[in-house]
Design a protein around this ligand. Structure first.
Ligand SMILES: *Cc1c(COP(=O)(O)O)cnc(C)c1O
Length: 461
């Protein structure tokens, strides 16, 4: 399988090169040249497979430059860290199915992809005798999942900047209690934007970037999307165990990575109906799906912070397909966005969009109300991100289809908001309670690029 860029500016490359490249060097995103298809017989034959076995079946055609036994071992190792034997179990509650994606080390769905990516990086680096220094900024979730994905891995050092005192207490502990020597937590006296600006400046300093082999772990790595395709198939198999029925997925969306994985599953032939794109008040993608209006406004802070995003980085992957795989059209759409702050779509394009997605935006009041009413009805606690998806599903999807709602975080991860909604504290899972009192390591510094740059170069040596 070879990979190309949505902007058309690179020669096709193999899977391992695509993993190491991350963002395409022409500024586009990497995609496979074609998608393998999943037939009905194949699906049926997969019913008895464990999660890692299913993951191997789905991932291997995309990663055909890794020997099968090695790939199997990488996958086994990645999902061995999950605390539930099914990895991503599906539970039925009050007329919807909840696909629990939060049984990994940091209690959010990003572990599903980043545990795999960390192992992939280590494998490819060892084979090539190379090293990688990861630098990233986080407001909470991605950073902690990335740190746990690469802790203790040979050939990799990671530097994660977070705004000092501005992440949730659980998120801060999940990062700073990782004391492996290859992990550097940097708490910046400033905002998330300060952190992100400094990371961007470091990457724009090409000499620094080359000299120190800097790499990123943002949500644009193809391997992350690929790992997420697996749980769509896994969940489909679980809810159709007693005979096929129409299946829809509701996906709380920020950077469009998770829902794009659902789109890939659908393109590969998984028989699913609409993908429901659920947003909070940051609703540019809902405006796009419902009205063809893709125009930039400001970002607002909500109780579902991991979805507080304006420009969804993975959206470009969908645009490439919407534009019938034309890099020229992708480039002109982004030029239009830069110039006019919006992209316009034709009627034919919107017709296609409507056959792929439906969408709903759920505000904070409705989100908290959903958490409360669901808890009173079932005793089940939804985290605020998951609640956005559940509310959208109950509002938009008919009840004669299997409505699968992706649960992207454990309620304890956003315990404050959940407690406000249900009136009782959220019990801490072991993964969180054991963190309290553990030794921590973190360097606090001012939002000063020189200081951060010197710190990083001194640690890399
Ligand atoms: C990252 C994240 C999301 C959004 O996922 P995208 O792939 O960015 O759309 C939703 N919920 C939680 C808890 C997350 O951490």
């Amino acid at each position: 399988m070879r990979y190309i860029s949505t902007r058309g500016g690179i020669q096709p490359i193999c899977f391992k090169d695509a993993v190491m490249m991350g963002l395409a060097t022409d500024g586009g995103l990497l995609l496979p040249e074609s998608y393998p298809t999943i037939s009905c017989e194949q699906l049926e034959s997969w019913r008895g497979l464990s999660y890692p076995e299913l993951a191997f079946q789905i991932i291997s055609p995309f990663a055909d430059d890794i020997p099968a036994d090695d790939l199997r071992a990488l996958i086994q190792h990645s999902y061995g860290s999950f605390t539930h034997p099914e990895v991503t179990p599906v539970v039925r509650q009050d007329g919807v199915y909840i696909l629990e994606l939060f049984h990994g080390v940091t209690l959010a769905f990003k572990d599903v992809a980043l545990q795999f990516l960390g192992n992939l990086f280590e494998y490819i680096l060892a084979e090539r005798g190379e090293i990688l220094n990861i630098v990233g900024a986080t407001s909470g979730d991605t950073g902690s999942a990335a740190i746990h994905g690469v802790r203790g891995k040979k050939g990799i050092t990671i530097f994660i900047l977070h705004p000092h005192g501005k992440t949730s207490p659980v998120q801060a502990l999940q990062m700073t209690t990782v004391t492996d020597s290859n992990v550097h937590n940097i708490a910046i006296r400033g905002t998330f934007d300060d952190c992100q600006d400094m990371v961007k400046a470091l990457f724009n300093d090409l000499e620094f970037k080359e000299k120190y082999s800097l790499g990123a772990v943002n949500s644009i790595n193809w391997a992350r999307v690929l790992a997420q395709v697996v749980y769509y198939v896994y969940a489909w198999l679980r809810v159709t165990d007693s005979g096929p029925k129409p299946v829809c997925f509701s996906v709380p969306t920020g950077n469009f990575g998770d829902i794009f994985a659902g789109y890939v599953a659908k393109r590969m032939g998984l028989p699913i109906g609409k993908l429901l794109l659920a947003t909070n008040e940051n609703s540019i993608l809902t405006r796009f799906v419902n009205n063809g209006d893709y125009s930039l406004t400001g970002v607002v802070s909500t109780v579902s912070p991991s979805m507080d995003i304006q420009v969804a980085s993975n959206f470009e992957r969908y645009l490439y397909h919407l534009y019938a795989e034309s890099p020229v059209k992708v480039r002109s759409a982004f030029a239009e966005l830069r110039e006019h702050g919006r992209i316009r779509f034709s009627d034919a394009e919107m017709k296609q969009v409507h056959s792929d997605f439906c969408s709903s935006s759920v505000n904070q009041a409705a989100t908290l109300e959903m958490i409360g009413s669901f808890y009173r009805q079932t005793g089940y606690m939804l985290d605020p991100h998951t609640a956005v998806g559940v509310k959208a599903a109950l509002d938009l999807l008919p009840d004669d289809v299997a409505r699968i709602c992706l649960a992207t975080a454990h309620p304890a991860k956003f315990g404050e908001a959940v407690e406000k909604a249900i009136g009782v504290p959220v019990p801490l899972p072991d993964a969180v309670s054991i963190l309290e009192g553990m030794p921590t390591r973190c360097d606090v510094m001012d939002a000063d690029l020189e200081i951060v740059r010197d710190f990083i170069s001194a640690r890399i040596g």
